[in-house]
Ligand binder design. Sequence first.
Ligand SMILES: Cc1ncc(COP(=O)(O)O)c(C=O)c1O
Length: 413
Amino acid sequence: MPRSFDAALVREQFPALHLTDNGAPRVYFDNPAGTQVPQRVIDRTVDCLVAKNANLGGYFSTTEAAGALVDEAHQAVADFYNAPSAREIVFGQNMTTLTFHMSRCLGKKFRKGDEIVLSRMDHDANVSPWLLLADDLGLVVKWLDFDTGTYEFPEDALTRVLSDRTKLVAFGAASNCTGTVNDMKGFAAQAKATGALVYVDAVQFAPHYAIDVQDIGADILVSSAYKWFGPHQGILWGREALLEETFGYKLRPAGNDLPHKFETGTLSHEGMAGCLGAIEYLEQFGEGPTRVAKLKSAWATLAEYEQALTLRLIEGLKTFKGLTIRGITSANAMHRRVPTVSFTLEGHDPASLAKSFARENIFVWSGHNYAIEPVGRMGLMDKGGVLRIGLAHYNTAAEVDQLLSSLTRITRG
Ligand SMILES: Cc1ncc(COP(=O)(O)O)c(C=O)c1O
C-alpha cells in the first residue's frame, strides 16, 4: 500500500478505471455526481452480504457479526468527520432523504414567523427540504447571496440576513456548480452567536478535503459516501446534545438511543460495510498514530495533487475563446475551490458539448445538476446551464489533456 500519492498505484485499485467501451478507455470526469469505488469497498460489501447478512440484535453468529460491522462503520465515519462519538453518526439512504428527515425533526422546534437562512449557492437538497418546511410552518426565508463575479460570498453576506429570530442557517461547504469552498467555520461562528442552528451540506467537500466537525462548530453536517469512493449511502453527523433533545420520527418499538432514534427501519448494512472500506482505502494515503490523523494527512496529500490537476484544467480552458469558467480561477486560490469546474462556451449548448465529449468516452455532466439556485442566479437557467467537469484524485494530467484536445476538436467543428 502506498504511503504517499502515486496516481498509477491508485488507479490499480479501481476496477472500473480499467474498463473500456468499444476499445476506448473511460475518462471519468463525472465525479461530482458519483465516484468509482476501489476494490476495498467491493470486498467489504461482498463480505457483508456473504458472511454477515442478518438483522441486528439476535443471538446467532451472523447477527452478532452484523452488529459488530455496524458499530465499526459508525466509528469509522466518526473518525472520518472527527466526531467525538459514534453516537453522533446517523446513516441513511442519501443526503436528500436525511435532510428531509432531519428538517422535519428540527422543525418541531420552530414556530410561525421564525426565520431561516438558505444559500443561493446550494444544491437543491439543502434548499427544498427547508423551503417546504417553511411553507408548512410559516417560517420566513432569508437568502445568503453570492457575488456572481467572484463566485464567493461577500464577507458580510451572513450578517446582512441574520437576526435574533434566525433559527437555522443552512449552507454548503462546497458548491457542486461553481466549486467554491465556503468559510464554514466563520459562518458557523456568526450563526451560533445569534443562537441559530447550523446545517452544513458537505457532499461536495467530503471527496476532497478533511472534515473536522469539532473545528467547524456547526450542529449538523451531511455527506454521501458515493461521492467519496464508497457506496450509495448518506451519513449525517449531529451534535450529541442536539440529537438527544431533538424529536425523532420513529416507530414505537424502535429504541430512543442514539443514533438509532434517527436511523429508521433496517438500514443497508452492506452500504455501511462499503463506507468502512472507503475510509480504509483513504487512510492508506496518510500517516499518523490514529485513523483521524491518518485521514487528515491523507486529504492533504490528495488535495495537493488535485489542486495541481485543477489548475492544469483551468489554464487549458482559459485558452478557448468565448469560454467562461463559472468559478474561481486564480492560480493561488485553488485551495478555495474543489476540482469541480463548470463553464459555458459561446455558441455551444452545454448538453451538445456533453454529447460530443461522450462520443470520445469522456464522461461529464451538463445542465443545472440540481444546483438551480446558483445556475438561476448566474442567469443560465434558460441557456442550458453549464458544462461540468469534476476531477477526483484518480484522474490524471493525461486525461485532462485529452479533454482539452477533445474540446479543441469540438470547437473546430
Ligand atoms: C452539494 C450536494 N448536496 C446534496 C446532494 C444530494 O446528495 P444525495 O444524492 O446523497 O441526496 C448532491 C448531489 O449531487 C450535491 O452535489
